[in-house]
Design a protein around this ligand. Sequence first.
Ligand code: GLN
Length: 212
Amino acid sequence: MRIGVLALHGAVIEHIRTLQAIGVEPVTVRLPEDLEGLSGLILPGGESTTMRKLVARWGLREPIMALAESGAPILGTCAGMIIVAKEIAGGDEPVFPLLDVTVERNAFGRQLDSFETDLEMPIVGDRPVRAIFIRAPIIERVGPGVEVLARLPDQRVVAVRQRNVIAISFHPELAGETRIHRLVATMAAEFAEPREGTTAAGTEPWSLGEAI
Ligand code: GLN
């Protein structure tokens, strides 16, 4: 099973190292053919406007949409979250309109440009997630099919999932946090080899519980 990391720009190497640390083979994705045979894709942080241009230039928009629509897990972190949103506050064109949310870019303003905090994120277990925010976006509208995975203490939404698409405002890969990548790897394994009945009775096949 191989998971790609979109490698046009941004915090690419940290995601590659995190995948290696959990025993998953990473693939750097720069061209449409790099997507072949992938079971999941990570869209890293960086600058979403730059990513938008590079995605268009390298013809990646349609093949990445097709991969997502086939059910492969997609993880967007920070700018990666912005580019999977259906709506970007202020009217920027969406890049991969996969997630029924509205995101606001640079939502923390200058005073709080970057910060670290511990967040409750029950889908990866009881231990809080160490979250690094860097000029981070926030989710200001959550559509009906979208599950909230984490909030800040002031209740603002910073992590969501809609079926196979997970988006988070922060950078787990910069904090040595591997559980979100493990979650994506579990979903990718499930996508690669679907097992009958695993989604029955509302149980999440990729729920990691307490073990990690
Ligand atoms: N501020 C960036 C943007 O709007 C995102 C920052 C990040 O990915 N760390 O695209």
